[in-house]
Design a binder for this molecule. Structure first.
Ligand code: SIN
Length: 505
C-alpha cells in the first residue's frame, strides 16, 4: 500500500468541528481529508436553527448550563456543560469575526430565537433558517485561506494506523479507488453522526458512522451509543434524506395538529409544542401510529412571511407540493443527531493515544440522553477548537504502525440495515425489536465482515438492549420508567459477535 507522511495533524471530516479543529491547530500543519466536496456531506451545513449561546442581556452561561443539563435527562457531565456554555459566547463571536452573517437586533447585538427546552431566546441565527450554510461558507473561506491547512477531497476513511500499544499514528484513506496510508502525529476524527443508518434521517445519508465504527474496531471506548435524537418535525414528503422543519417555527408559534386540525401536544406535556424534543417526537410518532397524522401548522404564526422568514423550509415544502403559507406541513420524526460517540475528554482525547474526536462522532458527555436544540454547532465550535489545539501538541510516532481496516457494506445491505434500524432502534424500542435487529446485523456481519455501518449499528442496538429503562432519546416500551442515571461506556470486544471473532482468528 502507498504510504504518505504528514508531519502534523490529520483531520478527517470537514463539518464545523473538523474545520474549527484545523484552524485552531495553527501553526501545526493540518491535512483535512474528506470524501465529499467541501461544504457537502456534513450536517453542519444543513443546520437550520443556529448556535445556542448566552449572548443576551437577560441570559447567562449558568442558565444555559442548567438548560443543557435538564434536557440531557440525568446523563450530562455538568463540568462539560458548564465549559460549553461559558465558552459559547466567544465561540459565536469568533464565527461572526470569520464572516458568519448572524442576524442582528436594533442595537447591533445578536438576534436570538427561542427553541424548545431553552429558558431564554438564545439561538443566534442567520436569515431565519440559513445558519448552518452561512456559518460553513464563512469558515470554509477561512480554511482555504489558511497557510497551515491543506484539504484533500475524495478521500474516504477506511482504516486507522495503530501500533502494538494502541497508539494511533495515521489513517488509511481510499483515494482515487486505491487505499493509501497517511501517517501523522495525531488524528482528529470529525466524521459526523449516524443518520445514514436510519431509513428516515434529516442528515446527509452518507453519514454512516465511519469514524465511530473504526475507532471502536481499533479498541476506543465508546460512550452512550444508544442515545439517538429523533427530530420531531422532518417534512414528510417522501424524500431521502427528509428535509427539516426547524424547531424555531414552533418557537415562533407554529402548532402541531392532527388530521382533523386538533392540537395534541398539551395532552402529552405541559409545555406543549415547546416540550423537550424526545417528548414531541414520541407524541408525533403516537399520533401517526394511531392514524391521526401529524402536521405543523404555521399559517397563523408565520403565514405570508414564510418565504423570507424560513427560506429553506419554504423551498423544501414547495418542492413537495405543500405551500406552508396556506397548508399545514406533514411531519414525521427522523434520526437527527447521535448523542453517543467516541468517548473523549474536554480536549477531544479518546481512550487511544494519538486519536482525537470532535463534533457528532464524539461523546464528551455534554448532551447526555437528549441534546438541547442548537447546542450541536456550538459543541463543534467549542470542542473542535479545543481538540485542534491539543492535537497540535502531539509528538511524532516512532513505533511501527499496522492498519486496522473496516470492510465495505454494499448498498443493498445498507438499505436493509436502514429499514431495520428505523423499525427496531427508532423512537420506540423493545427487547423483541432490538434482538431482531441484532440478529439481522449478525447475519449481515457474516456475509460482509466488520463494516463501519454494521459496527456502529451494533453499538447502538446492543447498548439499547442493555439499557433496561427509558431516558431522553432512548425509550423502551418494555421498560418505560427511568432507572439509575448511569452513562454507558463500551468497547468493541464486549459486544463483538463470536462469528466475527472466529473469522479474525
Ligand atoms: C432545528 O432547527 O430544529 C434543529 C436544531 C438542532 O437540531 O439543534
Amino acid at each position: 500500500m502507498a504510504r504518505i507522511h504528514h508531519d502534523g495533524v490529520l483531520v478527517v471530516g470537514a463539518g464545523l468541528a473538523g474545520l474549527t479543529a484545523a484552524l485552531a491547530a495553527a501553526p501545526a500543519s493540518v491535512l483535512i481529508l474528506t470524501d465529499a466536496a467541501l461544504n457537502h456531506g456534513c450536517s453542519s451545513a444543513w443546520a437550520q436553527g443556529g448556535v445556542a449561546a448566552a449572548l443576551g442581556s437577560d441570559d447567562a452561561p449558568s442558565l444555559h448550563t442548567i438548560d443543557t443539563i435538564n434536557a440531557g435527562a440525568g446523563l450530562v457531565v455538568p463540568d462539560i456543560a458548564r465549559l460549553l456554555a461559558e465558552e459559547g459566547p466567544d465561540a459565536v463571536r469568533r464565527l461572526a469575526a470569520l464572516g458568519a452573517p448572524f442576524d442582528r437586533n436594533a442595537e447591533g447585538g445578536f438576534a436570538q430565537s427561542l427553541e424548545a427546552a431553552h429558558s431564554r431566546a438564545r439561538v443566534a441565527r442567520v436569515k431565519g433558517d440559513q445558519a448552518g450554510r452561512a456559518i460553513m461558507d464563512a469558515v470554509t473561506v477561512a480554511v482555504l485561506a489558511a497557510a497551515h491547512i491543506q484539504v484533500r477531497t475524495g478521500a474516504k476513511l477506511i482504516g486507522l494506523l495503530q501500533d502494538t500499544t494502541g497508539r494511533i499514528g495515521g489513517v488509511v484513506a481510499r483515494i482515487g479507488g486505491k487505499p493509501v496510508e497517511i501517517t501523522a502525529r495525531a488524528v482528529i476524527l470529525a466524521t459526523g453522526g449516524i443518520g445514514g443508518l436510519y431509513a428516515v434521517t434529516t442528515t446527509p445519508a452518507e453519514l454512516q458512522g465511519d469514524g465511530l465504527g473504526l475507532a471502536a474496531l481499533a479498541g476506543a471506548v465508546i460512550a452512550d451509543p444508544e442515545f439517538v435524537q429523533f427530530h420531531p418535525t422532518a417534512i414528510d414528503i417522501g424524500r431521502d434524506p427528509a428535509p427539516l422543519a426547524t424547531e424555531a417555527l414552533r418557537g415562533e408559534g407554529a402548532v402541531l395538529v392532527n388530521r382533523d386540525g386538533s392540537r395534541f401536544m398539551a395532552g402529552y406535556h405541559p409545555d406543549a409544542e415547546m416540550a423537550p424534543r424526545d417528548i414531541v417526537a414520541r407524541a408525533i410518532h403516537a399520533e401517526r401510529e394511531a392514524g391521526r397524522g401529524a402536521f405543523l401548522d404555521a399559517r397563523q404564526a408565520v403565514g405570508t412571511h414564510f418565504p423570507e422568514a424560513f427560506p429553506a423550509v419554504f423551498a423544501a415544502c414547495m418542492s413537495g407540493g405543500i405551500d406552508p403559507r396556506v397548508q399545514p406541513i406533514p411531519v414525521a420524526p427522523a434520526c437527527h443527531y447521535h448523542m453517543g460517540g467516541i468517548a473523549t475528554d474536554a480536549d477531544g482525547r479518546s481512550s487511544l493515544p494519538g486519536l482525537y474526536a470532535s463534533g457528532e462522532c464524539a461523546s464528551t458527555g455534554v448532551h447526555g440522553a437528549n441534546r438541547l436544540a442548537s447546542n450541536s454547532l456550538l459543541e463543534a465550535a467549542v470542542f473542535g477548537a479545543r481538540a485542534g489545539r491539543a492535537a497540535a501538541l502531539e509528538t511524532p510516532v516512532s513505533t511501527s504502525l499496522e492498519p486496522v481496516m473496516t470492510a465495505d457494506l454494499p448498498a443493498s445491505a445498507l438499505q436493509t440495515l436502514r429499514r431495520a434500524m428505523s423499525r427496531d432502534a427508532g423512537v420506540i424500542r423493545s427487547a423483541e425489536g432490538l434482538t431482531r435487529l441484532l440478529d439481522a446485523i449478525g447475519t449481515m456481519d457474516v456475509v460482509h465482515g466488520p463494516s463501519a455501518p454494521l459496527i456502529a449499528a451494533r453499538l447502538v442496538a446492543a447498548s439499547a438492549l442493555a439499557r433496561r429503562e427509558s431516558r431522553g432519546g432512548h425509550y423502551r416500551s418494555d421498560f418505560k420508567k427511568s432507572g439509575d442515571a448511569l452513562r454507558t461506556f463500551v468497547t468493541w470486544d464486549q459486544i463483538e459477535p463470536s462469528s466475527l471473532k472466529l473469522a479474525a482468528e
